[in-house]
Write a new protein. Structure first.
Length: 180
C-alpha cells in the first residue's frame, strides 16, 4: 500500500501544525490527521494505521477485529479465560488464585475496566504508593501483569505488552537481608 506522511497545505499555502497520513484504498485517496507535530511520532502512528489497513484488506480473518473486540471486553472476562488456561496448563489452583487477586487489586485501585485503560505508568505510580507492601510482593504483582499481557499478546488480543519495560523493585533484596 502506498502512502505518504506530510503536513497538509491549508489556505494560502500555509502548512498545518499536525502531520497527516495520505493513502489510497480502492482507487480513493484518503487522509488521516495523525494529531502530532513531530515527524518520528507521526511515522510510528502511520505505520500502525497502515498495518491495520493491510490486515483488514488482506482477507485474513481479523487480527485487527479481534483486537477491537478484545478492547471492548472487560478485563475481568479476559482474566477468567486466562485463569482457566493456567489451570489447564497444570498450574496449582492457589497460584492461579493469587494471580487473579494481584490483577484484580491493581484493576480496582487504578480503576481499569478495559484493556485500553491499562497503562504501565499508572502501574508504576500505584506501586510507588504501596508503602505497606514489601518489594517482593510488588514484584509478584508485576510478574502477574507481565504474564497476563504475554498471554493476551499470544492470543492476538493486544499488540504489545506494556509491562515489559517496567523494572522490578530492587528493595525486596533489602527486605530479605533484614530478615536474615
Amino acid at each position: 500500500m502506498k502512502y505518504t506522511i506530510r503536513k497538509k497545505t491549508l489556505s494560502q499555502g500555509v502548512k498545518s501544525a499536525d502531520y497527516y497520513l495520505f493513502y489510497s484504498v480502492g482507487g480513493r485517496r484518503k487522509s488521516v490527521n495523525l494529531g502530532v507535530s513531530h515527524k518520528d511520532i507521526a511515522d510510528r502512528k502511520a505505520s500502525k494505521i497502515i498495518e491495520e489497513l493491510e490486515w483488514d484488506s488482506s482477507g485474513i480473518p481479523g487480527r485487527s477485529r479481534l483486537i477491537k473486540e478484545s478492547s471492548a471486553k472487560p478485563i475481568l472476562e479476559h482474566l477468567e479465560e486466562f485463569s482457566q488456561n493456567k489451570l489447564k496448563e497444570g498450574c496449582e489452583p492457589q497460584y492461579v488464585n493469587d494471580l487473579n487477586n494481584y490483577i484484580k487489586t491493581v484493576c480496582n485501585d487504578c480503576k481499569w475496566r478495559f484493556l485500553k485503560d491499562v497503562d504501565s505508568n499508572k502501574f508504576v505510580l500505584w506501586r510507588s504508593s504501596q508503602h505497606k507492601r514489601k518489594g517482593k510482593t510488588l514484584n509478584e504483582y508485576l510478574a502477574g501483569w507481565k504474564g497476563f499481557f504475554s498471554w493476551l499478546k499470544s492470543m492476538g488480543r493486544v499488540l504489545e505488552n506494556p509491562f515489559l519495560s517496567v523494572m522490578s523493585c530492587l528493595s525486596w533484596k533489602s527486605d530479605f537481608a533484614m530478615k536474615a
